[in-house]
Design a protein around this ligand. Structure first.
Ligand code: BGC
Length: 326
């Protein structure tokens, strides 16, 4: 009997050790890091490039030791949808959040919720008003670009034309401004600073129309089509707050039988590949590189920095670059 017991105990010990060993093996995989990424809307050319870069970056960073699981969700340009998505990520206990606010004016609610849950957040691309005065919480930062700069570059491109943009020779630059989302600081500053550069340099301007196209190509096309039919040859320049809307405006320019560079000028921001090609072909007057790769890299570096417990710079601005035909 005693012998039998000893054998049984020994058997149990062996089984237990084998079991423990298996468990250890299971746990020996790479450390999983979960990152929740909230994009204001997937249907946005620039933010599409941006989110693809974020995914690529964390893919490249994953190895045998650490695996980054990146979940990217579409806020569908709806604040309530985005709030729910952020709350879900927080409830799941993600290790870090990247947030492209649908409504930057409500940023504090996100900051508070994340801080309470101890989750670092990198806000990207959409800043609250009074951006420089905005105080982020601990383990939070903003990565973007100074929109004033992009507006100034648009103005500079027009100013540098031999006629300073006055194609029809009536002594002033008659322009149409197709704006992004009016509540967005990028849209506000680009609208203001493109014109400011011209007026600061003594160029007279005449605003024929200023209308929001919500960053959207189809809306850009429609606004330009109406402007071209209402103002015809009066229009010297169509400024678009982004390339998406400029692509739409270009379709209407062609449909109206006008020719960029010859009887109208067209400006955008972002330097999407197709727009850079157009600039080189002369079918777009100029654009400004909004560096999606640079911003995505800075944003992911910030996440990695927070996770490593490092000090991360709170306000990070990636420079814009002027793009003209050389
Ligand atoms: C980009 C736009 C984009 C917007 C979204 C801007 O910085 O230039 O193309 O639609 O961000 O917030």
């Amino acid at each position: 009997m005693k012998k039998l017991l000893t054998v049984l105990v020994a058997l149990l010990m062996v089984l237990c050790l084998a079991g423990c060993g298996a468990k250890e093996e299971e746990a020996a995989g790479p450390k999983e890091v979960n990152i929740g990424v909230c994009i204001y809307q997937f249907n946005d050319n620039f933010m599409t490039l941006y989110r693809e870069e974020i995914a690529k970056y964390f893919d490249a960073l994953s190895n045998d030791e650490v695996k980054y699981n990146v979940e990217i969700v579409d806020g569908k340009n709806d604040a309530a949808t985005q709030t729910e998505q952020i709350n879900t990520f927080i409830a799941k206990g993600v290790d870090a959040l990247i947030v492209n606010m649908v409504q930057p004016s409500t940023i504090e609610a996100v900051e508070d919720a994340a801080e309470e849950a101890g989750i670092p957040v990198v806000f990207i691309n959409r800043e609250p008003a009074e951006a420089e005065a905005h105080q982020y919480g601990a383990n939070q930062c903003y990565v973007g670009a100074k929109a004033q700069e992009s507006g100034t570059y648009q103005g500079m491109i027009v100013y540098d034309l031999p006629n300073h943009g006055d194609l029809n020779g009536n002594g002033k630059v008659d322009y149409v401004m197709i704006m992004g989302d009016v509540n967005n600081t990028d849209a506000q500053y680009r609208t203001e600073y493109s014109i400011k550069y011209l007026t600061d340099n003594g160029v007279e301007v005449n605003k024929l129309l200023e209308q929001t196209g919500n960053w959207d190509q189809a809306q850009g096309q429609e606004i330009a089509a109406n402007a071209l039919s209402n103002f015809g040859a009066e229009i010297d320049v169509i400024f678009c707050n982004n390339d998406g809307m400029a692509l739409g405006a270009y379709q209407s320019i062609v449909a109206a039988g006008r020719e960029v560079g010859k009887d109208i000028y067209l400006l955008g921001v972002d330097a999407l590949d197709e727009c850079v090609e157009m600039v080189n072909a002369g079918t777009m007057t100029g654009t400004v590189l909004n560096d999606a790769v640079g911003q995505a890299t800075a944003c992911c570096d910030a996440v990695v920095g927070f996770l490593a417990g490092e000090d991360v710079e709170t306000y990070q601005y990636v420079p814009y670059v002027m793009v003209t035909k050389d």
